[in-house]
Write a protein that binds this ligand. Structure first.
Ligand SMILES: Nc1nc2c(c(=O)[nH]1)N[C@H]1C(S)=C(S)[C@@H](COP(=O)(O)OP(=O)(O)OC[C@H]3O[C@@H](n4cnc5c(=O)[nH]c(N)nc54)[C@H](O)[C@@H]3O)O[C@H]1N2
Ligand SMILES: Nc1nc2c(c(=O)[nH]1)N[C@H]1C(S)=C(S)[C@@H](COP(=O)(O)OP(=O)(O)OC[C@H]3O[C@@H](n4cnc5c(=O)[nH]c(N)nc54)[C@H](O)[C@@H]3O)O[C@H]1N2
Ligand code: SF4
Ligand SMILES: [Mo]
Length: 813
């Protein structure tokens, strides 16, 4: 094993909390005087910003007077710093921070909290878990989470024995993940991304470009060389206001808009023919049953897909063809076959711009112009991040990816690139025959199947399936839920179902840093460290290059905050519940001592570094040195290519005709389907859409500067306001057309939202936790848009619909 400096030495740069009057629970106790002396000279610590999930590179700086602030790490491949990052210190010593473990001695929904010590909290939780596991098996325990501890959670959950790690993704990116999987064989949001530096023309569909400062800065380079930006969105976000063209669209109709663009590009022959032939499966011959023709069908040797080669005047394996026909139909193997390209063309022909205009509300001429501009500039359509909007969104992103392929914008300069990973190993892997862990441990296999993929087989992380299991006991009962750094009330659909399920659970544990709303439905609330108080090794997400970063532990919790590292909290619960399994993976009682636990963390970090060093053929010392000094290490730089190499689609090509979709009995070609919510019809009925901007933030909407800058009003177009006699600032009542939930909010009358549509920011209004008090009560104003939704989910991938429709009534001035 590599000799890496001990953690204490590594941490020479770590700050002590503000001043000597501060009692620092852990770090201070273990450091000797010499180390403390060197701490005093420390000035900058490399950290990874965690004020949203983008993880930009920052420094935490202590100024000469001891004041703390953050600075961008300009050498970092994804340098921060946005206003939310700047508010990091406010999160650290936020008055609302959870200070002690809390036990709910009241009811769920109407809690009474009692402060308890850590030993009592951990022991009581494990005692309850032991009972639950004895009765229902470990699979009855579910962890739901977002970014925090997502790397550690497999180790935690698999050691406990449950496969049920069920994240936020069905409410975030499952729709675009499904699309990427079908067309490119790629995965979640940052597996592909526009090559912003070299982009010439970028279309953002329901994307406001508020994330990852490195990405924003890369786009700035393109701005300087005259990139055109187009924002397709029912409301005008801040980025669209700054520069670019806003295309106000009717919510839930993006696929129709994009299919009409495709129709224009295909009929006007604006596509890149040689790229399409070489890198996509457009030339595949498709049989009447929808499956592709193979050599086997032709009675030949081999199983390759077949194309019609114009030079050979014969059918050939697509690998051997030199001049495959794009538009060909005829007889083969006794049936009529057509190229996938012709089938795509037919599909797009169902959406001529004039017809699409009736669906999406964008004038036919605008669709034509944007299609031509996009193709002529060889533009790129951003591949989607938060796409859980209308429970029909995966088709839109399938079209978007197909359009990128048609103009030759995948893995080419200015197009979508495939991000290179850092090859960081998993903390634990659950295979069919055993569980293996990064610590070198082995456990018997987990035989229970995860709950979500039994219902939504294509993409995991569908939390709604957990609620079903709690309420119906199927496919098996769920009895305990850990809510780790995530907030189901502003995250998920169907609030009533969520409340019922939380009440029905035998054990709910919330691990957070401030009171989210779920604490009111918890049995135990455990205060976590914030990111500045712990170390984290992670991939750098929004850069094409293969790179990792180390967020250094820079601060201890402020005085009075008895928070602990969430990894320790969860490992301790696991150990106290299943001591033998914990021992088998190398986690023993000695790590109950928090200082000793730092050694366990260091062991894991060393294993990760060793593994990556081997994979990239570099020395672990070099990686370690860079991580220590600069906060990051780059393994390999990305450079543009002329097209993708073999993909993990079934054919290895870009699949404009998806063979994976056939496996799922889904349509191999995209189409527009109406959203699942009731559409507005009457003059007082509206679409209610939502989203973010610079001051709305996952992870930390609590910080005071963030909370008071956010607009908690509902945006309404002036024409709608006039028709309904509503003035700017008036109070209105909104009633869900489907669930009849009612709530009130003030109105902002603005041209920045399309007629017939209302807009409100997500997660910043309508909070309700009893622990939100004093000046923070402002968070209770406005609406929580999620409360107007029902369980609208896409089949197969579970992407939810977080837009809804409402009836509006003026209540007062
Ligand atoms: N500032 C900030 N940055 C963040 C985050 C944050 O909370 N704050 N969160 C991070 C996370 S987790 C994610 S997933 C990303 C999300 O980042 P994005 O994917 O950019 O999502 P939003 O910023 O919410 O923007 C969604 C936009 O879609 C529009 N919209 C709503 N319905 C429709 C529709 O039917 N069609 C179309 N075309 N548009 C529609 C909304 O009006 C809104 O402007 O941001 C990340 N970065
Ligand atoms: N209507 C609507 N719904 C949405 C969205 C939308 O745009 N509109 N966006 C969707 C998307 S893209 C996403 S990603 C999800 C996000 O949904 P969530 O994952 O629920 O994100 P947040 O609401 O920011 O909740 C994060 C929680 O983490 C806590 N936290 C912050 N730092 C730490 C820490 O260091 N440790 C721990 N343990 N906790 C910490 C915060 O206090 C907060 O309670 O919501 C989805 N739901
Ligand atoms: S974009 Fe997110 S990660 Fe980057 S600096 Fe801003 S808050 Fe931090
Ligand atoms: Mo997200």
């Amino acid at each position: 094993m590599t000799q890496v400096t001990r953690r204490d030495a590594i941490k020479l740069g770590a700050f002590l909390a503000l001043s000597s009057t501060v009692t620092v629970p852990f770090v201070k106790q273990q450091k000797d005087k010499a180390q403390q002396a060197s701490l005093a000279t420390a000035e900058k610590i490399p950290i990874m910003c965690n004020m949203c999930g983008a993880g930009c590179g920052l420094y935490l700086v202590r100024g000469e007077q001891g004041q703390l602030y953050v600075e961008p790490n300009l050498e970092h491949p994804q340098p921060g710093l946005c206003a939310r990052a700047a508010a990091s210190i406010q999160l650290w010593n936020h008055p609302l921070r959870l200070k002690k473990p809390l036990k709910n001695t009241g009811e769920k929904g109407n809690p009474k909290f009692q402060e308890i010590d850590w030993e009592t909290a951990l022991n009581e939780i494990s005692a309850k878990l032991k009972d639950i596991i004895a009765k229902y098996g470990p699979e009855s325990v579910v962890f739901t989470y977002h970014d925090f501890y997502s790397w550690h959670l497999p180790l935690i959950a698999y050691t406990l024995g449950t496969p049920n790690l069920i994240q936020h993704a069905s409410c975030c990116h499952n729709a675009s993940t499904y699309a990427r999987m079908l067309v490119l064989g790629a995965g979640g949001p940052n597996s592909v991304d526009p090559d912003y530096e070299r982009a010439r023309y970028v279309i953002f569909v329901g994307r406001v470009l508020n994330a990852a400062m490195g990405m924003v800065q890369r786009l700035q380079k393109a701005r300087e060389s005259g990139v055109k930006l187009v924002y397709v969105d029912p409301r005008m976000g801040n980025a669209a206001m700054a520069d670019g063209e806003w295309v106000p669209i009717i919510p839930g109709t993006d696929a129709a808009f994009l299919l009409a663009m495709m129709h224009v590009i295909l009929t006007e022959k604006l596509y890149n023919e040689s790229y399409v032939k070489k890198y996509t499966n457009a030339c595949f011959l498709i049989k009447p049953d929808g499956t592709p023709l193979t050599e086997k069908d032709l009675g030949r040797e081999g199983t390759d897909y077949v194309v019609y080669d114009l030079s050979a005047n014969d059918f050939l394996s697509y690998k051997k063809a030199t001049n495959p026909a794009l538009e060909w139909e005829g007889e083969a193997a006794g049936v009529k076959v057509r190229t996938a390209f012709l089938l795509l063309k037919d599909r797009a022909a169902q959406y001529p711009p004039e017809e699409a205009e009736k669906i999406c509300g964008v004038p036919a001429e605008t669709i034509r112009r944007i299609a031509r501009e996009f193709a002529n500039a060889r533009g790129v359509i951003e591949d989607g991040w938060w796409t859980s909007k209308n429970a029909n969104d995966s088709d839109a992103f399938r079209v978007a990816l197909t359009l990128n392929a048609l103009v030759g914008s995948i893995e080419t300069a200015g197009g979508l690139y495939f991000k290179m990973g850092s090859k960081m190993p998993a903390s634990a892997t659950a295979a069919a025959d055993k569980v293996t862990t990064i610590t070198g441990g082995t456990l018997p296999p987990i035989t229970a199947k995860r709950i979500d993929t039994q219902k939504y087989p294509a993409v995991p992380h569908v939390f709604d399936a957990v609620l079903d299991a709690v309420l119906e006991g199927k496919p098996y009962p769920v009895k305990a839920l850990f809510i780790v750094g995530t907030e189901p009330f502003t995250r998920d659909v169907n609030t009533e179902k969520l409340k019922q399920a939380l009440k029905a659970l035998e054990l709910v544990v919330v691990i957070d840093v401030v009171p989210n709303d779920s604490v009111d439905y918890a049995d135990y609330v455990l205060p976590d460290n914030i990111y500045l108080e712990r170390e984290e090794l992670a991939d750098i997400k929004w850069t094409p290059h293969a790179a990792i970063q180390l967020s250094h532990k820079a601060l201890d919790p402020p005085p009075g905050v008895d928070a602990r590292n969430g990894f320790w909290i969860m490992m301790e619960i696991v150990r106290r519940t299943v001591p033998d399994r914990a021992k088998a993976i190398g986690y023993t009682e000695e790590y109950a001592d928090y200082h000793k636990f730092e050694e366990f963390e260091l062991l894991i970090r060393n294993k990760c570094i060793e593994s990556m060093a081997k994979a990239w053929n570099v020395s672990p010392e070099e990686i370690e040195k860079n991580l220590e000094e600069k906060g990051f290490h780059i393994f390999k730089y990305w450079t543009p290519k002329s097209g993708p190499s073999t993909l993990s689609t079934k054919s290895g090509l870009i699949e404009i005709y998806s063979l994976r979709a056939l496996d799922y009995k889904d349509d191999p070609l995209p189409k527009w389907k109406p959203p699942k919510y009731t559409l507005p019809k009457n003059p007082d009925e509206f679409y209610l859409v939502n989203g973010r901007d610079q001051f709305v933030t996952v992870h930390a909407v609590w910080t005071w500067s963030v909370a008071c800058l956010v607009d908690r009003r509902v945006w309404m177009n002036p024409k709608d306001a006039e028709r309904l006699g509503i003035k700017d600032g008036d109070l209105i009542e909104l009633e869900g057309l489907d669930n009849h939930y009612k709530a009130q909010a003030r109105v902002k009358v603005t041209n920045r939202v399309r007629e017939g549509v209302l807009f409100a920011y997500n997660r910043v209004g309508g909070r309700f936790s009893k622990l939100i008090t004093g000046q923070y009560e402002v968070l209770k104003e406005g609406i929580n848009v999620n409360m107007f939704t029902l369980s609208w989910l896409e089949p197969l991938n579970g992407s939810t619909g977080l837009n809804s429709t409402v009836k509006v009534r003026r209540v007062g001035a």
